[in-house]
Ligand binder design. Structure first.
Ligand code: ADP
Length: 491
């Protein structure tokens, strides 16, 4: 199949959260399977500053940018890629007036910039003679591409055989802008994308428009595919998703174990595997030294790597930890970036527990790997979690996840039972201080028993979430779409 992937993140070029890991992992797997995969993402100003190299000749452009008369854009090929056929081909939309700064900005400029991404990706494919079977749109940023395929570009020769797949990685981010935006002259080209009933609500919603128009919808775990059809988790889109449920599948995210393997990870101070965990002790000590934790023998390290957003249950962590720290022996290694209120509260928590709680405010890939490797337990107390990758990384790195039972966390972690030796982590239900306390206390109790602990760690390290397992679900879904077949069931 020929697959055109449109996305805002693609690791390591542009990564804020799990989206970047997943687009890279999935596209890489599809290309290795022999599909022709073309990826289009923005050439963010921050990538230019970092020296990301592009090939000398523009593949397309400069062209007038849709929705903004004075600006123009070009599409460049990322330099240094392997020859065609061995991996996805990556192209970058270069329009400094739109894509200055980092991956995400704020305000209505976001509407124009991601509108441009979609338009440029499709125009580029058409002009390059790439006729996609599937246009795979990730999140609201690429939803306009799904709409354009059904609307303005329906008659375009390149897309006559194309199907639009929209993957919802996070329904909490919908791309909602005031409808008045469309009255601005430079946004007029957005108008055809939105149905009158959308506009009547006083706002434009990119994700809603994508959900209404895509040929197939996916989200990133089977449980979350059910959850988003409910008022509790649907964030206002549950009605539309219930209407389109026969087109909705839940497919768990995969993990790229070539990149996330404690036996080979170049970002770690020492290596280890399930058979030989000696290196993990080195990683623990190194992390404690790096972060200034006073790590006494036998005391576990509890890790957390997260965007600092309400979704991630950071409030619960901040409120639950003081009493838990007073009652039990453990240290905390927290890495996060995001909302300033959480940054301040976590700084206070660390300041009031010197040697026991370390907080680093940063987006730091290397430190993230070192926290997974240096931790014994790992917290993921999310209010909702479409899939979640951090609990999967934690398991592979021998850190036992303590998770809330929601979305992909419920699909990937099972509560350990010392009596049977089955289970991979601690799973709690209530998104509050009591719930997290119950989950963490249970795991700390297992830690006190070396044989229980060895079992639960081994169980987690043995789980395999690689793309070899998850990728075929996308392949099957796309193939059925192209062949006009029925939707496969969630998996
Ligand atoms: P989300 O996409 O909602 O943020 P996921 O669990 O799917 O959550 O993915 C999070 C990804 O982002 C993981 O790869 C995690 O290691 C990474 N990550 C989160 N916060 C940071 C940070 N401050 N520094 C480095 N990596 C981070």
């Amino acid at each position: 199949m020929r697959i055109l992937t449109v996305c805002a993140e693609y690791a390591p070029l542009a990564k804020v959260g799990g989206l970047g890991d997943v687009t890279t992992g999935l596209c890489g797997w599809l290309a290795r399977r022999g599909h022709e995969v073309l990826v289009v993402l923005p050439f963010y100003g921050e990538m230019r500053e970092r020296g990301v190299a592009i090939e000398a000749h523009a593949a397309l452009g400069p062209r007038p940018a849709p929705g903004s008369a004075p600006a123009s854009y070009a599409v460049h090929r990322l330099a240094g890629q392997a020859g065609a056929g061995r991996g996805p081909e990556i192209f970058l939309v270069d329009a400094p007036a739109f894509f200055g700064g980092g991956v995400y900005a704020s305000g209505t400029a976001e509407a124009l910039r991601f509108m441009l991404l979609s338009r440029a990706a499709l125009e580029f494919a058409a002009s390059a003679g790439f006729r996609p079977d599937i246009v795979h749109c990730h999140d609201w940023h690429a939803a306009p591409a799904a709409v354009m395929l059904k609307g303005p570009l329906r008659a375009e020769r390149a897309f006559r055989q194309s199907y639009a797949a929209l993957t919802i990685h996070n329904i909490g981010y919908q791309g909602v802008f005031p409808a008045g935006l469309l009255e601005q002259a430079d946004a007029a080209s957005l108008q055809p994308l939105f149905a009158p009933e959308d506009l009547a609500q006083g706002d434009i919603n990119f994700l809603r428009a994508g959900i209404a128009n895509a040929d197939v919808l996916t989200t990133v775990s089977p449980t979350h595919a059910q959850e988003i059809q409910t008022a509790e988790y649907g964030m206002g889109l549950d009605g539309l998703l219930r209407q389109r449920r026969h087109r909705l599948a839940g497919i768990l995210n995969g993990v790229d174990y070539a990149h996330w393997d404690p036996a080979t990870d170049p970002l770690l101070p020492a290596h280890y595997s399930a058979r030989d965990l000696v290196g993990k002790q080195t990683c623990r000590r190194a992390l404690a030294a790096e972060l200034g934790l006073d790590l006494q023998p036998g005391v576990p390290v509890v890790g957390l790597v997260s965007r600092l957003a309400q979704q991630k249950g950071i409030d619960i962590v901040i409120h639950a930890l003081p009493a838990l720290l007073a009652a039990r022996r453990f240290c905390c290694a927290i890495l996060g970036s995001g909302e300033q209120g959480y940054v301040a509260a976590l700084r206070d928590l660390a300041a009031s527990h010197p040697g026991r709680v370390a907080f680093v405010e940063a987006q730091d890939e290397g430190l993230a790997h070192r926290v997974y490797a240096g931790s014994d337990l790992f917290l993921v107390p999310s209010l909702y979690e479409p899939c979640g990758l951090t609990q999967m990384y934690a398991m592979r790195y021998g850190a036992v996840p303590v998770v809330r039972r929601t979305g992909g966390l419920a699909d990937t972690v099972t509560h350990f039972d010392p009596a049977t030796g089955q289970g991979t982590g601690s799973v709690f239900l209530d998104a509050d201080v009591g719930g997290l306390g119950w989950g963490l206390n249970a795991a700390l109790d297992w830690h006190a028993s070396p044989s229980d602990w060895a079992r639960v760690v081994a169980n987690g390290m043995a789980r395999d979430w690689s793309w070899e397992h998850q990728g075929p679900r996308y392949e099957e879904l796309f193939a059925r779409l192209v062949n006009g077949g029925a939707m496969p069931s969630s998996s």
